[in-house]
Design a binder for this molecule. Sequence first.
Ligand code: FNR
Length: 347
Amino acid sequence: ETATSSRKRDHLQICCEQPIEAGDAGFGDVRLVHNALPECDMDAIETKTRFLGKALGSPLFIAAMTGGHLDTLEVNRRLARAAERYNLGMGVGSQRAALEKPELEGSFTVVREEAPHAFLCANLGIIQLRDHGIEWAERAIEMIDAQAIAIHVNSLQEAIQPEGDHNAEECIEALRNLCNEFSYPVIVKETGSGISAGTARIIRGAGASAIDIGGYGGTSWARVERLRASSPELAELGEAFLSWGIPTVVSLCEVRTAGGPIIATGGLRSGVDIAKAVALGADLGGMALPLLRPAMESDDALFRAVEAMHRELRMAMFLTGSRSVTDLRHTRTYITGLTRQMIETTD
Ligand code: FNR
């Protein structure tokens, strides 16, 4: 097996078996303003929404996780079944391994087989985009017949890994070229350190259709790499960066100033968190880890997890008097604590 594919398997194992979350995404500092007279019927509330022109069953987005190793095929199969069943958008994990080694494609193509109608996002690292150009982006889309491509940025993880790519030059240029020439929407996505207002403006300026925040406070790559570390020096490096990143809620408040569709990902752990993210300006709320663990277990466990998120989302909508996701977007919030302090920091 290739180094990329065995790293994927390591990650999945570590993510399922060990504590890999760090920090606080900020949702505890956000409160939706309660509506004591909601004047709506909870059972008639519509959770459906639209994203990049596609109708979706709810704002819950299955965030990019896996593929690229045979052991990951079953997980992707289950995630895809959930995407199809509830009409959820879904991202696959980085397709790099399968682009390098086409015999690994099966762990990705299974997603389209199981979810013939779902909104699927291909996934490629910005470094691979820079080094291989649009051809790889096209192959990634074709592999799963995707509706959009997520270009992930993960400087922290690249920097921690000794085998990572430590040169991030000329990535913006590569992104601009892709956005100019590609016929599919491009989503730029962080993977746990968040995106600032300034970076969001650069991303929008390059022509990207949407931003996935991938904020701090959920799955922590510093923590994953610390657990995977082969030497005390590497473990120390992971340790030193455990609290690095822009918390998801703070990042969301920054990114929304740049305009354009937003997926809020990173540390969303309930349907209430999805509701909070939407009220703060996100179009979708993405979850990785909370869906990975049930997806490792069974179809049923995963369906139950999705239904629990939807129940919580619906109740939060009811209690804010939101009949639709559009109503939810206009719901007031209170923001307190460290999150508020960070949002008010302008210099
Ligand atoms: C990820 N994530 C990720 N993101 C990406 O763009 N490409 C990828 O290949 C992966 N791989 C991956 C594997 C595993 C096991 C996990 C848990 C996550 C990042 C993911 O999409 C998301 O941005 C973060 O995990 C934050 O969300 P959660 O986990 O806090 O809900």
